[in-house]
Structures are given as structure tokens and as C-alpha cells.
Design a protein around this ligand. Sequence first.
Ligand code: NOJ
Length: 768
Amino acid sequence: MKSKTLYILFFFSVLQLFSCKEKETDLLAFNSEVLKSETLSTDQKVSMLLDRMTLEEKIGQMNQYNGFWDFTGPEPKGGEAAQKMDNLKKGWVGSMLNVTGVKDVRAVQKIAVEESRLGIPLIIGFDVIHGYKTISPIPIAEAASWDLEAIKNSAQVAALEASAAGINWTFAPMVDISRDARWGRVMEGAGEDPYLGSKIAIARVEGFQGTDLSSPSTIAACAKHFAAYGFAEAGRDYNTADVGTSTLNNIILPPFKAAKDAGVKTFMNSFNDLNGIPATGDTYLQRTVLKEKWNFDGFVVSDWGSIAEMIAHGYAKDGNHAAELAVNAGSDMDMESHLYVNELASLVKQGKVDEALIHDAAGRILKVKFELGLFDDPYKYCDEAREASVIGSQSNLDEVLDVAKKSIVLLKNQSNLLPLSKKGKKIAVIGALASDKTSPLGNWRLAAENNSAVSLLEGLKAYSKNTITYAKGADVVTGKTEFVSELTINTTDTSGFNEAILTAKNADVVIMALGEHGLQSGEGRSRANIGLPGVQQQLLEAVYAVNKNIILVLSNGRPLTITWAAQHIPTILEGWHLGTQSGNALAQVIYGDYNPSGKLPMTFPRSVGQVPLYYNFKNTGRPTIPGSDLVFWTHYTDEENTPLYPFGFGLSYTTFSYENLTVLNTYTKNKEVTVTVKVTNTGKTKGKETAQLYLRDMYASVTRPVRELKGFKQFMLQPGESKKITFTLTDKELGFFNNQEQWVIEKGAFEVFVGGDSATKNKAEFAL
Ligand code: NOJ
């Protein structure tokens, strides 16, 4: 230990000995000597600060209030504002969420820093999920890019803007794996696969947090929702999850572990009950797995009100009991249940909660504040000039355009209707979503202005000299878009059909913009029917009857059952909700300035009855016999087993071939299996391909999926160009968690598949 450190430690322990009650001057000295010291380690500072804190002040750090203005959960009852203000002044608030903009952040920070006894700064949290004001594609769309660099850049832009608006903590990335397209929050994740999900989790954490958390342009990230929130039964948000050991360890937990290994500073637990225990009160998840097994040293925040919700779950008797259960289980911070601040002190005094747990939780929270540099300068994120210059800058717009075009997936391009020529065409554009400048912003875009996205129509006009005529045809939903609850009401109004039909009749090509409004997926937006909402299917069929040259541009936050369209419509582009630059990105793809390269991160079912439908399923004892007329095998009598579009699927304006799949098995020598394949661009256009490697462990002590993604490589090929692609499989790819939760690599036969999607037939074999 350096001598200056020793001196500081000595000085303050003597001070403590002689003064039980803190004097103003001691505090000032403490703040400048200790909290800003360059020689003490963060852990030493945390511990010295904790030593000076009362029980109530430590509990205060564990209390997170919503700000005074906006809400992202049920609105609290009146009269709470005064109590919040009072607690802020007492230093009984550790964090606030939904306070944005330098002016407001400075205002609340000033109270915490200048009016509370110890002046501990607040950590300011916000749902910066896909951008702050410059909006990126929704996360599932970005996942379709499979482009980790672009995804990381997009998170970096979000951090840049959010930090310039006073925010220093985002509640992202959501790393929940989900296999159920009915669940509205699939829009917020990376899809169904744990391997891809883990890689994307890392990219997002690195993008938000950067390499230096104390920089004013990076923010702390939060891996959520721990755990199994995406396995809500029947895809109904907040519903129960019942998941076995194998699925939990092999499918659900890996992206969380990847986020932890990437250094994510916080975790958020989840609303759901998992195997009978609400996740917020789950000791196994939060203490045994996260804090002990994984050695996570950040903190866990509850979800909005999830501590109090344990009463409704039937797990806690009352608020007092809920607080006891949550803190004992390892939830460090209470988001908006107000139970820690109101109940924990008495629970400690009654001996129901060990004070050491409070000490530990408050210490974890303080540590992140130190790492963010908030003790050096609590106003470091409060720079008006930076706020004005960074938010909405051209470079941010360029970055989100880049990831937006990479997120688009070409699902069908029969007779190469796409790309369209930039002149000499009469184009009819039909569908309310074509002119909508709010819907493309998607769901989590709390700080973005309505009407701030480039619409498809604007993009199509800006990028070409074609004659473009627009007819709405039909709305998607009734009501005004500001009123979120009305958005679930699909319109039944078909009065615009005639105009749309007339417009289509006179056109060479029809571009139909159909799908979900941006607020129809997301939290609380589960759907039991996942076709085109409202009268859009009828509109599509009516237009098809007069002009079959249709390019269907989909907007949606989840896989949709577009089976009729897949059979009839010649060209389909999956356009998700692409953010601020949506129309420009779509136009670049439609006119061929960018050759589409996206691949689906989630299986598209043929009908909702197949859901949950995912590529890495188990074989069953009676596997698929294609074309069989037998009865007793795993199938439906009224639907196929296969998806409409498989995981990993996406076309390009060129084509790729895969040849010479070869396995070099050196496992016994160096524990490695090397797989090579030759990929050739067999078309006439330069294009980007994502080669995907899937593995099948043919028999094991726990049954294994028929395929599992274990590697992917992205590369650009010129027409006619070939490339040898190499994958290396190690114990990390070859093993799995058995039901005793051990990572095992078992001897035996494997199949390996490499191709452009999860249904590829290019196969080789090897044995360990
Ligand atoms: C509830 C959501 O589940 C969570 O993801 C979000 O971060 C919080 N609300 C705060 O808005």
C-alpha cells in the first residue's frame, strides 16, 4: 500500500474514533480526501464510505424511485412526490429512473449531492434500449444483421446520446431468449438462439460501457431479465415460466453469463415466477448462480415493482415479507416498490435480515457509482453544450443507418423483382405504415420525438426518379398513436380499399407496407394471433387481385404468420422497425444500393398453433418422417412441422454455394476440431454472406437438440469469388450442461452442418 493511502486510512480511522456524530467539516474533508483520492482503491473507498453510513443511508442506496415526470410502469398514487423529495434530501434514494435531459438530471442530482448528509450522487437509469433520441432498429432487427460490430456501434451511439442527456445507466441489453412469437418483448431481444444471443449480449455491453466506464460518454449496462422472462407460458407477458435444468443452463442462462463475462455492471431480475419462485425472490438465481458461481460483483436491480408483486404471486404475505424475501434472495435495489426504504430497517432490527446483506448490497451499488466517476464529479453527465451537440448528430444518424440496412432480411425474391430500377417506373405505394413517421421508431424510444423517423415513402422518393403514387388503403390500428392502449385495437375500416386498388391497377410495381405498428410489440403487447393486424390481409389480397407485382415490405417486432403472402406475393422484405433512418435504409435495399444481408434471428411459423417453434428442438422418439401418411409420429394433422422461414434464413441479390465441407479432427491431440468449407458467390452482384455452423451431438447422457448454432462468419464476396472459411470447435462448442449442472464433453458421434441457414443440408460427420 502506498504511504499516502496509509496516511488517509489512519487519518480517518482516528477521526471516527473521536466523533460518533459526523460534523460538517469532517465530511467535507472526507469527501475530498477519500472519495476523490487517486491512491485508494475503489473497494477501499467503498468500505470507508460504508463505515460512515447509517443503516438508513445504506438502505437509501438500495432505493430507486421513478422521477417526478415520466413513467414506464403503473403510475404511482398521488402524494408520493413529496415523500420522494423528502427522502432524496435525507440521502435515502440511491437512484432515479426516467429523469432525462441535463436540466432535470442536474436538478435531482443537486438535491442528492448538496442537500443530503453525505452527498452521495444518484445513479440515473433509463431504458435506452435501441437509441436515445437517434433511434436504431429494434434489438431483434439488429440481431438479424448478425453483424457484431454494427450492433456494438449502435449501442455506442445510444450511450453517447444518453450520457449527453445526463443518463449514466441503461436497462439494456435484454438478453432473454424466447421461442414464442406471441410474446411482445421478442422485439427487445436477440431472438431464439443462445449462441447468437451471447455474442450480441457481449457486443451490446461493450457498446454501452466501452473500455472506460468513467468516460462521460459511456454508461453502465444491465443484463435483464434474470431469468426465464422470455419463457412466459403461452407468450403472455409476465406469465409463469416452468423450465427444467437443461433448458435453464443450456438455453436461458448463457447470454447472461456472456454479459457477466463482458463486464456488465448490473443485472435486473424479472417479473415472472420460475418453477414456483418469483425471480425477484429467487436465492438460487441471484445468490447461488450469479453472485457465488459466476462471482458477479455488480448489483441486481428489481424490475418495476417486482418486489411488491411477490404478494400477488402468492409468495409474500405482505410488503414487509416481500422486502425480506427479496433482499435475502439477493435483489440489491428496489425499483419503485418503495419497500426497501420503508421496511428494511425494521427487518434488520427484528433480526429477519442480516445487516451484512444491506452492507453488501449498498457496497455493490456504491462501487458502480465510483466506477462511473460520479464521486469525482456528480455533474459529469450534465453538460448542456455537449447535450446540444451530440444528440442527433450526423455521425449518429450515419451509424444507425448503417445498422438499419444491415438488419433488413430478404425473405422472397421470385423472378428478381428486387432490386428496383431508380427511374422509369410507375410505383404504387400502399399501406398506412408507408407514410408513418412514428411507427418505425419501434417501442422503446421514450426520448424520441413522434414523427421523427424517415418514412418508407420519403425514402423511396428521395432515392429515385420513379413516379410514385401513394394510397393508404387502410389504417393498422384505430386511435392516436400517443395513446398506447388504443393501439391494440385493430381497425376494421375498409373504406380506403377502392383508392388503393385503383392506384395499384395503374402501376408497374406495388410496394405494400404492412405489419405491426411500432407500439404493437413490446412490453405488455402479447398477441394470441400473429398474422397481419386489422384488415391488412384483406387489403393485400384485394390489391393482389389487380396487380401481382407486389413487393411486400413488412414492419413488425416479432415473427408473423404470413403464410398466404409467402405463397402468393413474389417479393417479401422483412423491414422490422428500423428506427430514425428507416425509410432511407429500406430505399437503399429496394433500389440495390445495399445488397440485403440479414438473416432471421427467430423462426417464422406457418401458424400460431406451431408456437413455440424453434430450430434447436429435440428429435423425440418418433421424429419427422417427411411425406409419411402414418399416424403415430410427432406431427400435426392440420399443419406441417416445418417453419415458414427457418432461423438463420435470409436471401441476397446474389447467390452463394457451399462446397467441400471438411472436418479435421485433432481432438485427441489438441482438443480441437477444425471445419472448413468453400463458399462461392455464384451470382452477378457483390454480396455479404453469413456462413453458419450447426452441431449435432448424436447421443448423450442428456438428449441434445437436432442442431445448435456453434459458429458463424460474415464476409463479402465479389461475383465469382470463393473463400475458404474455417471454424474451430473446442470444448466450449462441443460440450453442454448435464442435469447435474456440470459442463461435459461426451465421447461419441457428431454431425456438423455449414450453410446459409439452419435448414442447410451440407453435412459432415466426426466422432470424439
Ligand atoms: C419494466 C420492464 O420490464 C423493464 O425492462 C424496464 O427496464 C423497467 N420497466 C423500467 O422501465
